[in-house]
Design a protein around this ligand. Structure first.
Ligand code: SAM
Length: 322
């Protein structure tokens, strides 16, 4: 097992099934152009071999499928069917929910139990101006269908000053009423926001302010979370839980166990590092040739992790999947 001197190792893999997305969220893509799949994206078979090799070489236990938008990918079906056979302890998916109702039968058939659905507002106009794609009612319908099917749902919301701060409490109440756990994600300095500090500062809302807003409406206490969890969890007694992924306010680099594989075959050990390591060619090789080379690259990727705090990264979330 590859472990660094802070005791960190890769346990959680995030795989970006495709860079294509049916949204163009303002904080993700500045020019508003929806991304399409890259020409050189890995096939579902290569990705499956990648996951199998990484389970062996890095000790990956949990997988999150993300994107781009994973539900738009034609690889979804064969990837999901294959990956559910690899013996992982947990497989989950992050999606914007636009195609959730349509893909739900497939997700259920492949044994998916947990979903994270990104939704920044319940206001139709604000939804349009932030997501720049899709339709709010369709997402809400997908969420209700997932709930009725018994899936465990977390909702991801990025609070943005001037755009959806008035939605913090309505979103929390909606999630509590529906049994969804709301995750506030502090805006991260990724892509254009890493280059344009003013734009980042203008929009950023930190955890203390969020908790202050919630505290005016609800009593809450801190709840337990896994040691390497990115979210701080809170319980509103008798009503449910919410969390804050406080990248800036309470950095979690010291316990980060995440590894990312992009849709074009690059390993990323840290969102805050511009280093990446190409493994696409290794995935065509047999196990005995691929694994030693992969281990060398994993060592480098682990060395890319920040010691204490996320300091920003040039990579666009859409490429490597949050
Ligand atoms: N399309 C899927 C979705 O919408 O969930 C998966 C990919 S998306 C990049 C994953 C998550 O990253 C979303 O919850 C999105 O809000 C979040 N995200 C993207 N850019 C971000 C940024 N700069 N700061 C914080 N969260 C960001």
């Amino acid at each position: 097992m590859i472990v660094d001197r802070q005791g960190r190792r890769f346990r959680n893999l995030r795989i970006s099934l495709t860079a294509a997305c049916n949204y163009a969220c303002t904080y993700c893509v500045p020019d508003g152009k929806r991304l399409v799949a890259a020409q050189d994206e890995l096939s579902a078979e290569a990705m499956l071999r990648g996951v199998a090799y990484l389970i062996e070489a890095a000790g990956i236990e949990r997988l999150r499928i993300t994107g781009g938008e994973p539900l738009v990918s034609p690889k979804l079906d064969s990837f999901l069917r294959g990956v559910s056979q690899l013996g992982l302890a947990d497989i989950s998916l992050t999606s914007n929910g636009q195609l959730l109702a349509r893909k739900l039968p497939l997700l259920l058939e492949c044994g998916m139990r947990r979903l994270n659905i990104s939704l920044d507002t319940l206001d139709t106009e604000a939804f349009r101006s932030i997501a720049r794609g899709g339709d709010l009612a369709t997402v809400l319908d997908g969420l209700q269908q997932a709930r009725a099917a018994g899936l465990q749902v977390k909702v991801n919301m990025v609070p943005l000053r001037g755009q959806n701060l008035d939605q913090v409490l309505p979103m929390l109440d909606y999630c509590l009423a529906n049994g969804f756990e709301l995750r506030f994600i502090e805006l991260m300095r990724m892509g254009h926001l890493a280059r344009d500090g003013n734009s980042f500062q203008r929009q950023f809302v930190g955890m203390p302010e969020l908790l202050g807003m919630i505290g005016q409406q609800h009593d809450f206490t801190q709840a337990s979370a896994a040691l390497d969890a990115t979210a701080l969890r809170y319980e509103i007694p008798g009503q449910g839980f919410f969390g804050v992924i406080a990248n800036e306010s309470v950095p979690f680099c010291r316990t980060c166990s995440r590894l990312r594989l992009s849709s074009t075959g690059w390993l990323h050990g840290c969102l805050s590092s511009s280093n990446r390591h190409y493994v696409g060619d290794l995935l065509d090789k047999p196990r005995h040739q691929a694994l030693p080379a992969l281990q060398g690259l994993l060592l480098k990727a682990l060395g890319d992790k920040q010691e204490i705090a996320f300091s920003g990264g040039a990579t666009v979330m859409k490429i490597i999947g949050g």
